[in-house]
Design a protein around this ligand. Structure first.
Ligand code: GLN
Length: 239
């Protein structure tokens, strides 16, 4: 029987836009091709928080969606924080990236509280940052995707930028950084979805999940020619 890796998808009903569901498809398909059995648990407000989770993914959403899940997220925040401290790999895109930080103050002045896994603060501005984006990450090389957000995010403490912006805006219009990393938690503004065009990021999450659950992982060979083509095409797009 193959070994199971459990993926928790946070709030697919409210936080899942601009193709973010593709991240889950990439993780499950790659796990299968590496010989593991992916098990996906969808978590929506009011659900029981599962006891055993190897990898957590979350997507973006409208301000209203973020406001809607806020209370529930604050309830499960301590569990997510404990898991993050223990090294559980997590990928949080845009809206949930913001709420894995301390807060998101929307452009209308509403404060949506976050769970503080990442040492970041986000402020909504009237200008939306929209378009294709390419970054250079010290951890993962070039990352390509699409951004669309009003929130501008500022990092501090042990939370490090995921990358430097080569094309586009990223976290804010001031410091040239995109995304954040703390331990194995990755936050990013990149939709598109991000993992199909950046398989190195998918493999990082998968590797951490398998090592924590089963002790070791040697990546079997995989034909990534389609991902490479998609990546090359995305890199050539104008802003
Ligand atoms: N509502 C948030 C913002 O506008 C997040 C947007 C998103 O997830 N794309 O900044």
């Amino acid at each position: 029987m193959s070994q199971v890796i459990t993926i928790l998808q946070l709030y697919p009903r409210d936080m899942n836009i601009y193709g973010d569901h593709g991240n889950l498809l990439v993780l499950t398909r790659r796990l299968e091709r590496y010989g593991y059995e992916p098990k996906v648990i969808e978590y929506n407000p009011g659900d029981n928080f599962p006891a055993k989770v190897d990898l957590v993914v979350g997507g973006g959403g409208q301000d209203s969606g973020q406001s809607k899940i806020q209370d529930d997220l604050l309830k499960i925040g301590p569990q997510l924080k404990t898991m993050a401290e223990a090294g559980t790999p997590m990928l949080m895109v845009c809206g949930l990236y913001q709420l894995f930080g301390k807060f998101f103050k929307t452009k209308d002045g509403e404060i949506i509280k976050g769970i503080g896994v990442l040492d970041i603060e986000t402020y909504g501005k009237s200008e939306r940052l929209i378009g294709n984006i390419i970054t250079e990450s010290p951890f993962f090389g070039q990352i390509v995707g699409y951004e669309n957000h009003s929130g501008q995010t500022y990092l501090s403490g042990d939370t490090k930028p995921l990358g430097l912006v080569m094309l586009g805006a990223g976290n804010n219009t001031d410091d040239g950084h995109e995304g954040a990393r703390y331990k194995n938690v990755i936050g990013t503004y990149l939709h598109g979805s991000v993992l199909p065009k950046n398989p190195q990021l998918a493999d990082f999450l998968i590797k951490q999940a398998i090592i924590s659950r089963y002790g070791e992982f040697t990546k079997p060979p995989l034909d990534d020619s389609l991902a490479e083509k998609a990546r090359a095409a995305a890199m050539k797009r104008p802003r």
